[in-house]
Design a protein around this ligand. Structure first.
Ligand code: BTN
Length: 303
């Protein structure tokens, strides 16, 4: 792929027409058209810039990298981390060829319009349980957007951020390689900033984006999200999920509502009674309170 020419098209908005560049641009989902001898980009794109993003982050040591395209930012960090990193290692990409969601789903990852971020760090105390980490990250993500005056946000256990009851962002926490006695944890975050009709067709659930809701630089938003998520991971590593339990109740969309839990081919119904100090879901059922960890289960609301 001729990145140099594509980059020139994105930065200047126009380039001398070449069928090959047009094909590559279309493949990436760019909105281009031929105008005489020129190829024109109709919707401008703010490319990610590692310096602008790092400027928003007050944490050292930080190793932050921006990629043009990758299979998945989580997979990339998983491959890259062969020795214990100092501090945080962060990777963002303009485009993911095989963006991954929870439970083997794909994460639709068109070029230059959304945010795909992975953050890795070493944990030494895995025994305390990492299940609550994705909930803590969801809370930090929700708080970042709330600070920017985005309303109607809520969390769906364990790790979906919803806007107007439709999925805006997802979190995929994965355990990376064992590095000596420690384990490397990778937190992947996908945020929909602008989805096209074509993207929507590929997403198999109600979804939303920030288009028309938040006017904000991609670089600024990415930096703020990373800063807040890193602060949250630091708190989590000291105090565990209990430090976030109260805030979970504030953002939990299903609190005190009837929900269905799909687990290993069967369905359990009950009232969402919040979470315990590890982030496990508590369900009030006819036979008492049942607790679920996030493993391979999914929750549906019954409004
Ligand atoms: C989900 O809701 O199912 C989780 C979605 C997580 C998507 C992000 S995008 C950055 C990182 N790289 C991936 O391949 N997945 C995560």
């Amino acid at each position: 792929m001729s990145y140099r020419k594509l980059k020139r098209l994105i930065v200047s908005g126009t380039i001398k027409y070449a069928a090959e560049i047009e094909r590559e641009a279309v493949l990436l989902g760019l909105n281009v058209r031929r105008k005489g001898s020129e190829l024109v980009l109709d919707s401008p794109i703010e490319l990610l810039d590692s310096a602008k993003i790092s400027n928003q982050i007050n944490y050292a040591p930080l190793d932050l990298e921006v990629l043009w395209t990758v299979d998945s930012t989580n997979s990339y960090l998983m491959r890259r981390l062969v020795a214990p990193p100092k501090g945080y290692v962060v990777c963002l990409a303009e485009h993911q060829e095989k963006g991954r969601g929870r439970r083997g789903r794909q994460w639709v990852s068109p070029f230059g319009r959304n945010l795909y971020i992975s953050i890795a760090r070493v944990f030494s105390q895995v025994e305390r349980g990492l299940d609550g980490l994705s909930l803590a990250v969801g809370i930090q993500l929700a708080k970042t957007l709330k600070q920017k005056k985005v309303d109607n946000l809520g969390l769906k256990w364990p790790n979906d951020l919803l806007l107007n009851n439709a999925k805006l962002a997802g979190i995929l926490v994965e355990i990376g390689p064992m590095l000596g006695p420690n384990v490397c944890v990778i937190v992947g975050i996908g945020v929909n900033l602008e989805l096209t009709k074509e993207d929507s067709l590929q997403i198999g659930q109600p979804h939303s984006d920030l288009c028309g809701v938040l006017e904000c630089s991609r670089n600024l938003l990415a930096g703020e999200i990373i800063q807040n998520v890193i602060s949250g991971i630091n708190i989590f590593s000291h105090y565990g999920f209990s430090a976030f339990a109260k805030e979970w109740d504030e953002y939990n969309l299903y609190h005190d509502k009837k929900v269905l839990i799909h687990i290993a081919g069967s369905v359990v119904t009950g009232i969402d009674a919040g979470v315990d100090e590890l982030g496990n879901l508590l369900l009030s059922t006819e036979t008492g309170i049942k607790s679920f960890n996030s493993g391979e289960i999914s929750l549906r609301g019954e409004f």
